[in-house]
Each structure stands twice: as structure tokens, then as C-alpha cells.
Design a protein around this ligand. Structure first.
Ligand SMILES: Nc1ncnc2c1ncn2[C@@H]1O[C@H](COP(=O)(O)OP(=O)(O)OP(=O)(O)O)[C@@H](O)[C@H]1O
Ligand SMILES: O=P(O)(O)O[C@@H]1[C@H](O)[C@H](O)[C@@H](OP(=O)(O)O)[C@H](OP(=O)(O)O)[C@H]1O
Length: 301
């Protein structure tokens, strides 16, 4: 991390764009984003993962085209397209994009609401939805490379788990689970991963799972009702605040309070690099993955 921070300090300057006010801001306001659990991460080759701005939003790098343009188009479209408006409550708020100069390259970054905001101890899981993670225009090579990844999970469940981060309430430790572990998951180990993520051993995981599956059911209703878009390789981010569970264990909070108020548990769709027209057909790939996810989560309550 030290390396990137030095690089950031040395190389990043913020370019003015007509869309935002970042030009007047300065470097110390930006840091590596601590709660990124999957996707392209910061590495020593100088690539950047997600960054966090002191004003609360995250900056997601979109170095590639057409994926970057597709994602921007999608976030802009959701603001105006009546058929997509119901999705707004299920995606991070979008604040435009900006360029940062990293190692002499101008990299475009989306500015998005940080889904972990307001969580003092965020537990975050990235679940990529769909058995098929390549869009119909993908080359044979891309199809093969995608199909080879997370093969058991995608075939068995129609989703896969590229990463998570959990505050384990009993031990007080943080567990991180990355994409290489995710690629090895089978049926039993997937259930075990969910149990670990929901702090199953502390006895309160059913409260979290009820909030999560109820929000997922609302999202599924929308997917069943629309035939405008199909989305490939997009993830659902599951987030809850472990501090609330600690409050339950210590007796500082009552179970009823956390059952009634679900604001400490969230789901949001992210990663819209592969959105294509639906041609009046339902997105069965997404629907079946999400339905299975709901069923599996309910089964471990
Ligand atoms: N708005 C957000 N708020 C909080 N965390 C986020 C947000 N968007 C993304 N993340 C974090 O960053 C990770 C990667 O996000 P995303 O999938 O959009 O990136 P990506 O590099 O396009 O991924 P991929 O390699 O799968 O294409 C997520 O797993 C999540 O941890
Ligand atoms: O799960 P993994 O192993 O991280 O694999 C990545 C994942 O499939 C991304 O969705 C994909 O980005 P896009 O298809 O959106 O480009 C990326 O392609 P990339 O390596 O070409 O960036 C893959 O590496």
C-alpha cells in the first residue's frame, strides 16, 4: 500500500472536467478504499483499485473501453429512463466521472455512493449473478475464459462469490476471502462461506438474512417485471454493520430493534459493464441466479 500511496502523492493530479468540481480538490483527500472485496484491485504495477474520497464517495477506475463507456451510459440512463427508475433504490447513487492522472496516464473514475457508508464495521460480500457471465457479443475466447471461472458455483447455483470481508463477532478477527478461494467453492463450501459471512455462530444471522432476502425479493419482482435490459457479470453487494450484532451480544441493543429497523443491512447491484437490450425477453440468466440465491440464503437461516 505504501507504494501506491507514494505513487498517488507523486503522480496523481486531478484534471478538470466539465462535469465535476474535482479540479479544486487536492490529493490528500483521496485514499485507497478499505472495503473493496473483489474486482480489479490496486497492485504494485501501478494499476488502481477503488479509491475513497473524504467527501464520502468512492472512485471506481474504468480504464477499459467499451466497458467504461457502457457503465457510464447505464448510470446516466437509470436517472432518466422511466422503465429503469425502480432500479435506483438498488444501485449506488452516481455522481458523474472524473479523471485522475496515474503514472502519466489519465484514468477515468466513476464517482459512486459508498455502499458501506454509515457502517462502522461493514461486512461486505460480492455475489456475481448469473450462470452466464459473458454478453452475447463476446468472443469465443472470452466465453471460454469466463465459463472456466467459478465453474462449479455458476453451474450449481447460477451465481458465484468473488470475495467477502467479515468482522467475526466471536473472535474479534477480520476474515477476508478472495477470488481465488471463490473459484474453488463447491456446494458445501458455499454454504459454509455464507454462514461465516453472516456470523452464523453468534446465533443472530437469521435477522440479517431476513432483511437481505426481503430486499432481494423486491429486486426479483422488478427483474420479473421488466424486459428492457439483460445484465451480465454484474454483482450484488451484500452489506451489514457488524457493530449491531456486537450490540445484541453485549445487551446494548434489543433484538426487536434490529428486526424492525433494517437500515443496517443493504443490498446494491454494482458493475454495469455488460448491459445489453433485452429484445422483449426476460433476463432468465439473472432471474434464475437471484432466485437461487434467495432460496439458498433462506435455507441457512
Ligand atoms: N459503490 C460502491 N460502494 C462500496 N463498494 C463498492 C462500490 N462499488 C464497488 N465496490 C467494491 O469494489 C469491488 C469491485 O467493484 P466492481 O465489480 O464494480 O469492479 P470491477 O473492477 O469492474 O470488477 P470486475 O473485475 O468483476 O469487472 C466490489 O466487490 C466492492 O467491494
Ligand atoms: O473474476 P476474475 O477472475 O477477476 O475475472 C475478471 C471478471 O470476469 C471481470 O468481469 C472481467 O472484466 P470485464 O469482462 O468486465 O472486462 C475481467 O476481465 P479482464 O481481465 O479482461 O479485465 C476478468 O479478469
Amino acid at each position: 500500500m505504501k507504494i501506491l500511496n507514494l505513487r498517488l502523492a507523486k503522480y496523481i493530479h486531478i484534471l478538470n472536467t466539465s462535469m465535476d468540481k474535482l479540479a479544486s480538490e487536492c490529493l490528500p483527500d483521496i485514499q485507497r478504499f478499505e472495503y473493496q472485496v473483489a474486482g480489479h484491485k490496486t497492485d504494485d504495477s501501478g494499476c488502481s483499485g477503488l479509491l475513497k474520497h473524504k467527501d464520502g464517495y468512492v472512485l471506481k477506475p474504468i480504464p477499459k473501453s467499451p466497458q467504461g463507456d457502457n457503465e457510464i451510459s447505464f448510470y446516466e440512463r437509470v436517472k432518466h429512463d422511466v422503465k429503469l427508475l425502480p432500479l435506483q433504490r438498488f444501485i449506488p447513487e452516481y455522481f458523474g466521472y472524473s479523471f485522475l492522472n496515474i503514472n502519466n496516464a489519465d484514468i477515468r473514475f466513476l464517482k459512486l455512493q459508498d455502499i458501506t457508508n454509515q457502517c462502522s464495521k461493514p461486512c461486505v460480500m460480492d455475489v456475481k449473478i448469473g450462470k452466464q457471465t459473458w454478453e452475447p457479443s463476446a468472443t469465443l475466447e472470452k466465453r471460454k475464459s469466463e465459463d472456466a471461472k467459478y465453474a462449479v458455483s455458476k453451474r450449481e447455483f447460477g451465481f458465484c462469490i468473488p470475495g467477502y470481508h467479515v468482522f467475526d463477532i466471536k473472535s474479534g478477527l477480520v476474515f477476508k476471502f478472495g477470488k481465488e478461494e471463490g473459484k474453488r467453492l463447491g456446494r458445501e463450501s458455499t454454504i459454509a462461506a455464507f454462514k461465516q459471512f453472516f456470523n452464523y455462530s453468534c446465533g443472530f444471522s437469521s435477522i440479517i438474512v431476513k432483511h437481505i432476502t426481503s430486499q432481494m425479493a423486491d429486486l426479483l419482482d422488478w427483474w420479473n417485471s421488466q424486459n428492457v435490459i439483460h445484465v451480465y457479470s454484474s454483482s450484488l453487494l451484500l452489506v451489514y454493520n457488524a457493530e449491531k450484532l456486537e450490540g445484541l451480544l453485549s445487551g446494548a441493543l434489543k433484538e426487536e430493534e434490529l428486526i424492525t429497523d433494517g437500515s443496517w443491512v443493504k443490498i446494491r447491484m454494482i458493475d454495469f459493464a455488460h448491459v445489453v437490450p433485452a429484445n422483449n425477453l426476460n433476463d432468465h440468466n439473472y432471474i434464475s441466479g437471484l432466485s437461487n440465491l434467495i432460496a439458498i440464503l433462506k435455507s441457512i437461516m
